[in-house]
Design a protein around this ligand. Structure first.
Ligand SMILES: Cc1cc2nc3c(=O)[nH]c(=O)nc-3n(C[C@H](O)[C@H](O)[C@H](O)COP(=O)(O)OP(=O)(O)OC[C@H]3O[C@@H](n4cnc5c(N)ncnc54)[C@H](O)[C@@H]3O)c2cc1C
Ligand SMILES: NC(=O)c1ccc[n+]([C@@H]2O[C@H](COP(=O)([O-])OP(=O)(O)OC[C@H]3O[C@@H](n4cnc5c(N)ncnc54)[C@H](OP(=O)(O)O)[C@@H]3O)[C@@H](O)[C@H]2O)c1
Length: 415
């Protein structure tokens, strides 16, 4: 066996192909979002070649195709950069969506990451007979099935893999457009219109602000309670400040501090229909994964009456909405800012690691990144890009010794 041949075996491009079955030496990563890119880069740094399978035809498809134009990172850039490559110094504290995408493209180029695009993973199952994962994909043309066989499978398909679209009584009767925030780009088309935004997470709040900026008349459905925090306190990001305080103080105390400061800076949000949950923002985040809203100007528009806060929806009628408090109002359009869900249970045939209920790892942070038989998860910690970076580094460290052992066996078998 020549040196060149041996070298080639370490590359995923050199695969035994049999009837559209590809055997890979390195890990398969499902999803070319920030998490998948981070995992591939950390592996690459350790000399491990991986292959990313991506259903879309581009990197970071959620960011490129499913987010609105005015989006910026809402945490400072040092909490959103991926491992091994910081953001450019000339980027602002809160990079725009376009800057973030430029960074991700540069990141992929830097680590020479070339995902296989238009490959939707439809099933992944561990084959006990051969001790490998069998990952089935379809291409744009559904008959183009390719099966990848690999020792390690890294799930990076995103906590926000699919839009969560609730079924609301009377949806067929409404008559006007009803769509999810993942299809919303800007308020351009809503000039002068009455628009109901359902859901008061960061998406719902920001879409309302965008609608105001485009002279639409938004109303916001707040069916329960929500923590709204200022994005900055004392000229520092609230998130950064909280991370610092959490190093020294218990969550309960940090929450009390945040609530006192928020009350001082924003006033009593309950006065405007935004009741606070009983648990503090970080306690709630840790227990239920519910993200607090970082206010970027929406609250001011609620206070001055440009955004009306409504209770939960009872049912929809023709161009109108009936609320649980009995009020009925006319609307031209409805935007569902009702969040996202993981799609992992629809294709991963292993219910040990991921819950079938919510598609997230059963083990809590920081233990959810590793399953059994070479199965890993990156980006499922409800801790955004920071959580994904932590997972990616751990996964690469965990695979490295196994990869080296497998490589040594392969080479000795060939010599
Ligand atoms: C509007 C919005 C703004 C956000 N802003 C921030 C922020 O400022 N800071 C922060 O930390 N977090 C933010 N988040 C959370 C954000 O989702 C993540 O931090 C980040 O996108 C997670 O990256 P990911 O790679 O895990 O998931 P995603 O970005 O969702 O990428 C997953 C990829 O997997 C692909 N995929 C899914 N299923 C399959 C399949 N079956 N086969 C093949 N490919 C598949 C998808 O097409 C996608 O490209 C935001 C989320 C939203 C919705
Ligand atoms: N600038 C940014 O960086 C930015 C912008 C947007 C989003 N994000 C992030 O993206 C992720 C997703 O955010 P998101 O706002 O899209 O989703 P989200 O945080 O899950 O919020 C969904 C909202 O919809 C409500 N809801 C769900 N079903 C409903 C129904 N049937 N009727 C009424 N209300 C309903 C929820 O209310 P309940 O709480 O009562 O369930 C919640 O208020 C989060 O991590 C967020 O921080 C970041």
């Amino acid at each position: 066996m020549t040196g060149t041949r041996r070298q080639k075996l370490h590359d995923y491009h050199d695969m035994k192909i049999a009837r559209s079955i590809l055997w890979l030496l390195g890990p398969v990563i499902v999803g070319a979002g920030p998490s998948g890119l981070a995992a591939a880069a950390c592996l690459k740094e350790k000399g491990i070649t991986s292959l990313i399978l991506e259903r879309a035809d581009c990197l970071a498809s959620m960011w490129q195709l499913k987010t609105y134009d005015r989006l910026r990172l809402h945490l400072p850039k040092q909490f959103c950069q991926l491992p091994l490559m910081p953001f450019p110094q000339n980027f602002p504290t809160y990079p725009t969506k376009q800057q973030f995408l430029a960074y991700l493209k540069a990141y992929a180029n830097h680590f020479d990451i070339k995902p296989a695009f238009n490959r939707t993973v439809v099933s992944a199952e561990f084959d006990y007979r051969c001790g490998y994962w069998r990952v089935k994909t379809v291409g744009l043309n559904k008959e183009e099935g390719v099966e990848y066989v690999c020792r390690w499978l890294i799930v990076a398909a995103g906590e926000n893999g699919e839009a969560a679209v609730p079924q609301i009584e009377g949806m067929n009767e409404f008559g006007g457009p009803i769509f999810h925030t993942s299809s919303y780009k800007s308020g351009d088309m809503f000039w002068g219109k009455n628009v109901l935004v359902v859901g008061c997470g960061n998406s719902g709040m920001e879409v309302c602000l965008d609608l105001c900026n485009h002279n639409a008349h938004p109303s916001l459905v707040v069916r329960d309670s929500v923590h709204v925090l200022p994005q900055q306190m004392f000229g520092k990001s609230t998130f950064g400040l909280s991370m610092y305080l959490l190093k020294w103080f218990p969550v309960f105390l940090v929450d009390q501090f945040l609530l006192a400061m928020s009350h001082f800076m924003l006033g009593d949000t309950a006065q405007f229909g935004l009741n606070r949950p009983k648990l503090g923002p970080f306690q709630l985040k840790n227990l239920a994964g519910k993200t607090p809203v970082l206010d970027v100007g929406t609250l001011a528009q609620i206070k001055n009456g440009k955004i009306k806060v409504c209770r939960g929806i009872k049912r929809l009628r023709h161009n109108a909405v009936e609320f649980v408090d009995g009020e009925v109002e006319n609307f031209d359009a409805i935007i569902l800012a009702t969040g996202y869900k993981s799609n992992v249970p629809s294709w991963l045939k292993d219910s040990n690691m991921f819950s079938e209920k919510d598609g997230l790892p059963r083990k809590e942070f920081p233990n959810g990144w590793k399953g059994e038989r070479g199965l890993y998860a990156v980006g499922f910690t409800k801790r955004g890009l920071l959580g994904a970076s932590i997972d990616a580094k751990r996964i690469a460290e965990d695979i490295e010794p196994r990869w080296k052992a497998a490589k040594a066996m392969k080479v000795s078998a060939l010599t």
